[in-house]
Design a protein around this ligand. Structure first.
Ligand code: ADP
Length: 582
């Protein structure tokens, strides 16, 4: 795993995936960056003529020429700077957009099993962070390497051209400074890592508190949490102070060194000028180049660290994209053809991990009829339902729809024949109309409204401020539990699929909502094969078939009359508990 994502392979892959596509634009950007570097070097170089021509030789003709040249150099710099910034930002934005799209499509193709194993918040932040990494690799590879290295080299060139001896002596003097800075930057890096970690802890502690605020308040955890987070905040403060102390040490170190260098070369140049009458232009040019080279040199020194950081975060997107979505259609998969809509579980065994949740399940849900799954909580009822759209595949046995094994049909065709109403009626950000239409994107407005009427949702939808165009989901209006359920029933009605999977809500609704939800369900169940996880007595009684599940096994099969007669059966016992509760 590690080898697959070594620094070199990640960089190579980023370049391979992006360099060719953007080659033309990068070339243009590089041309701009080269112009930028050369014009910087030119401004240093021309100092010689400024000083010697204007101040030593006092030649007015040279003054004009140099001033015009300086103006043009700056003019070019401005243009080149603008050009590179616009081109590179556009490329960066395009890279982000492409990888976001890639990541989103990949997410869609992942199996439900995968989402079962990960924390969704984590994956989203990792993807975003990682895309930033890819962007940075491309930027660092082009901007820093071309601009800084070229600027640095051309400035060194100017220095050598003007003052070869001085340049050599500066180079000989620099290694101790470089070592000093290296040592400090290592210490800063480890201190920064600590600080970032503590920052992350604080952030997640705050997030947790917000998400669980009702628990925090109900259990009066305020003081304990405040103490815990307070300690973290204090640690973070101490660590940040440590970073400042270390990093600010570089400044005096550099100042002292720079002072020494500048003072000695000024002394050398001044003596040379006084005793040997050497004009000062060359020296001024050299000094300008030396000062200008400082910034790019600093950035070049930081290049390896920056690149390493970018690679580390870019790695994650590749780890993610390379992960096989675990559930692919078989190559010979055919579309599912539904005639009766009969569903059969044949010796189905399944577990999420090692523990078996379903053991040897056998039953038939007749086409066009309602089959109710009942049993204590944790018995495996929801699991049975999730196997039908193939969110998970059984470990043993098979599930047949009208005689076709669903493992051998395309997932798309299978899911097109199913409508699912879950306990938690999930609303996506968008309008009420959009949310119903997710059931079948090509449904007309009239069909959407007809479904809403059948689901007893039409009236309350019209009562909203903007009717069907009212925003729901995140940042939208708040709907009651019963209203959301009726919308999700409308969504299932619009889908008009022959098979309906229904997880009846256990959460208490007020009796009026309960009645409307029940009537809506009655509508949606007509003429379809329904498998319902039933909690309400009325649903159980009216079901054509009842399957009693306990600890992952089918205990009893029958209907209300027949099962009530089996006096020792779980069904009768559950009924009695129900009666006592009432
Ligand atoms: P029921 O719907 O009858 O209450 P479930 O099918 O939800 O029962 O759960 C059956 C068993 O499977 C339980 O022990 C539950 O903890 C486990 N289980 C349910 N969903 C998952 C899941 N996504 N991942 C791991 N275990 C699960």
């Amino acid at each position: 795993m590690k080898e697959k994502y070594s620094t070199a392979t990640v960089i190579k892959r980023v370049l391979a995936e992006n360099a060719r596509e953007y080659a033309g634009r990068y070339l243009l950007a590089v041309a701009c960056l080269a112009t930028l570097s050369l014009s910087t070097a030119f401004t240093a170089w021309i100092m010689k003529w400024v000083v010697n021509g204007a101040f030593v030789d006092r030649r007015p003709d040279l003054v004009w020429a140099t001033c015009i040249a300086i103006f043009f150099a700056f003019f070019l710099r401005g243009l080149a700077n603008y050009g590179q910034a616009v081109i590179l930002s556009k490329i960066s934005n395009n890279i982000s957009a492409r990888y976001q799209m890639l990541a989103y499509s990949h997410l869609m193709s992942c199996s439900v099993e995968y989402f079962n194993q990960i924390r969704s918040g984590q994956i989203v932040s990792r993807i975003n962070y990682s895309i930033l990494g890819v962007r940075n690799i491309m930027n660092i590879a082009v901007t820093s390497s071309v601009r800084d290295i070229l600027t640095f080299l051309s400035l060194i060139g100017v220095m050598f051209l003007q003052e070869p001896l001085l340049t050599l002596s500066v180079f000989i003097g620099s290694p101790p400074l470089i070592f000093g800075l290296r040592y400090l930057s290592k210490r800063i890096r480890s201190a920064t890592r600590d600080a970032v970690q503590t920052g992350g802890h604080i952030f997640s502690a705050m997030q947790e508190t917000m998400q669980g605020i009702s628990v925090v308040k109900a259990f009066t955890m305020e003081n304990a949490l405040e103490k815990k987070v307070g300690d973290l905040i204090e640690t973070a403060e101490r660590r940040n102070n440590r970073i400042v102390r270390i990093s600010e040490r570089t400044a005096p170190l550099i100042e002292i060194f720079a002072g020494l260098v500048v003072a000695s070369i000024v002394a050398f140049a001044a003596y040379r000028s006084i005793y040997y009458d050497v004009p000062p232009g060359g020296f001024m040019s050299f000094l300008t180049a030396l000062l200008l080279a400082y910034d790019p040199a600093k950035r070049i020194a930081r290049l390896p660290t920056q690149l390493q950081n970018a690679v580390t975060s870019a790695e994650m997107i590749y780890e993610f994209l390379d992960m096989e979505p675990r559930q692919l259609d078989k190559p010979e998969a055919k579309p599912l053809i539904v005639t009766q809509g009969q569903i059969e579980f044949r010796n189905v065994t399944f577990g999420y991990g090692n523990d078996k949740v379903l053991r040897d399940i056998n039953f038939i849900a007749e086409g066009g009829k309602a089959t109710a799954l009942i049993g204590p909580s944790g018995a495996g009822k929801s699991t049975i339902i999730t196997l039908i759209p193939r969110f998970f595949d059984p470990e043993a046995g098979c599930i047949l729809i009208d005689g076709q094994d669903i493992a051998g049909v395309t997932k798309q065709s299978l899911r097109e024949q199913l409508a699912y109403v879950s306990q938690q009626a999930y609303m996506f950000a968008g309008t009420i109309r959009d949310n119903i239409r997710y059931g079948r994107p090509e449904a007309t407005d009239a069909e959407v409204e007809q479904a809403a009427r059948l689901a007893f949702a039409h009236d309350f939808i019209l009562a909203q401020s903007e009717g069907y165009e009212t925003q729901v989901g995140e940042n939208g209006v708040t709907l009651s539990g019963g209203q959301r359920q009726r919308l999700s029933i409308a969504r299932a009605l619009v889908r008009n699929a022959p098979i309906l999977l229904l997880d009846e809500a256990t959460s208490a609704l007020d009796s009026e909502s309960e009645a409307s939800v029940q009537r809506a369900l009655d509508h949606v169940m007509i003429g379809r094969t329904v498998i319902v996880i039933a909690h309400r007595l009325s649903t159980i009684r009216s079901a054509d078939k009842i399957i009693v599940v306990q600890q992952g096994r089918v205990l009893q099969v029958g209907n209300h009359e027949s099962l009530s007669k089996e006096e020792d059966g779980l069904y009768a016992r559950l009924q009695n508990i129900g009666k006592e509760a009432v």
